[in-house]
Structures are given as structure tokens and as C-alpha cells.
Write a protein that binds this ligand. Structure first.
Ligand SMILES: [Ca+2]
Ligand SMILES: [Ca+2]
Ligand SMILES: [Ca+2]
Length: 190
């Protein structure tokens, strides 16, 4: 898909930067495993959820590896952009489910502002953006993010190529435009 519109490319660059944990401009298995490790280390989910998060990230890498056309075990941005239909829904949903259950520490079935702020902090966004993010994702106006709202937002973020999708804000304000590794994506690193 070499004909990606600039806005779609920008959206893709933000997603790429989120996954490129060491910020070297390519995605490797280590980047994706580091994402699982960071979530588990910072949020301390119970063992079953940790397994689910690691398994979903392993699936994510298996899928990404298919985009490694030159076989160097790294997925560069161009390879990633070519495979822009990208992440399978099932993998995203499994990861999002496990993260949702991890974040919902009071077991209320929804993410209140304080619980959501933790996600932003862990993913490299700013907890100060919580209210703005909630305003975009809280479709039913309850003031909290229910499971379906969170899953929809994660699917928007990882699967949709629509640069205006509300889910683009799931981890905070989308990164400024620019190629991976350039200024604007540095706030997403480990
Ligand atoms: Ca490659
Ligand atoms: Ca809750
Ligand atoms: Ca809601």
C-alpha cells in the first residue's frame, strides 16, 4: 500500500513508534516482548493475565514478522506500512481484554479516571490528559470507560486506518507527525 494518504501514514507512524520500544526505528521481537514486560512490571496483573498479555504480544510479533520482507528479523517502517492492514482483530481484543481487567483494579467493570491515568502513564502518555481522552472514548457518557468502549478504542488504534477515529487517543494525544525515530515519537519509549 504505497499510496497511503499522509494522514494515514501519520497514524501508522504513531502506532509504529508505540511498538518500537527501544526507538531504533525498527520493530523486533524484543520490542514487542518489552511492551508486555512493561505492562506486567508496572501493573502487576495476576498470573493468568500476565500469561494472556505475553501470549497476545507473542501473537502480535508473529503477525508483524510476516511483514519482514527482507528477512532481517526487523520490521522497518516501510515494511510495516506495506502490511498496513496490520494487526488481526482477535489478537488486539485478547491484549485489550487482559489490559482492561488489569487496569480495573476495583473490579467495577469500568475504568474510572484514576484507573485510566495509570494506563496513560505506563504507555508513555501524560496522566494529565486523562479527562481529554475519556471525553473522546466515553461514548455513552457515563464518565467512565466500559469494556466495550475500551475494546472499540483499541481496535480503532491498532486496526483502523482512519486518522480521525476516537480510538487514536486511547494512549493519549497521538504523536506529532514525523518519521519513526524523529522528534515527536520520543515520548513513547521505555
Ligand atoms: Ca526487515
Ligand atoms: Ca474500575
Ligand atoms: Ca462509558
Amino acid at each position: 500500500m504505497g499510496t497511503l494518504a499522509p494522514l494515514q501514514r501519520r497514524k501508522l507512524a504513531g502506532r509504529f513508534a508505540l511498538l518500537d520500544r527501544d526507538g531504533d526505528g525498527t520493530l523486533t521481537e524484543a520490542d514487542v516482548l518489552a511492551l508486555a514486560e512493561r505492562i506486567c512490571t508496572r501493573l502487576h496483573p495476576p498470573a493468568d493475565l500476565q500469561r494472556q498479555i505475553h501470549a497476545a504480544c507473542a501473537e502480535l510479533w508473529a503477525h508483524l514478522a510476516e511483514a519482514d520482507l527482507d528477512g532481517d528479523a526487523r520490521v522497518c517502517f516501510e515494511e510495516y506500512a506495506l502490511a498496513a492492514s496490520t494487526h488481526p482483530d482477535g489478537t488486539v481484543v485478547r491484549l485489550a481484554e487482559a489490559v482492561f481487567r488489569t487496569l480495573d483494579t476495583d473490579g467495577s467493570g469500568s475504568l474510572e479516571a484514576g484507573e485510566y491515568a495509570v494506563l496513560l502513564e505506563v504507555m508513555g502518555g501524560s496522566p494529565h490528559e486523562t479527562a481529554a481522552v475519556l471525553a473522546r472514548l466515553d461514548f455513552d457518557g457515563t464518565g467512565t470507560i466500559e469494556r466495550q468502549e475500551f475494546l472499540a478504542a483499541c481496535l480503532d488504534y491498532f486496526v483502523s486506518t482512519d486518522p480521525t477515529a476516537p480510538g487514536n487517543w486511547v494512549f493519549g494525544t497521538p504523536a506529532a507527525p514525523g518519521p519513526p525515530g524523529a522528534a515527536g515519537s520520543h515520548n513513547r519509549k521505555l
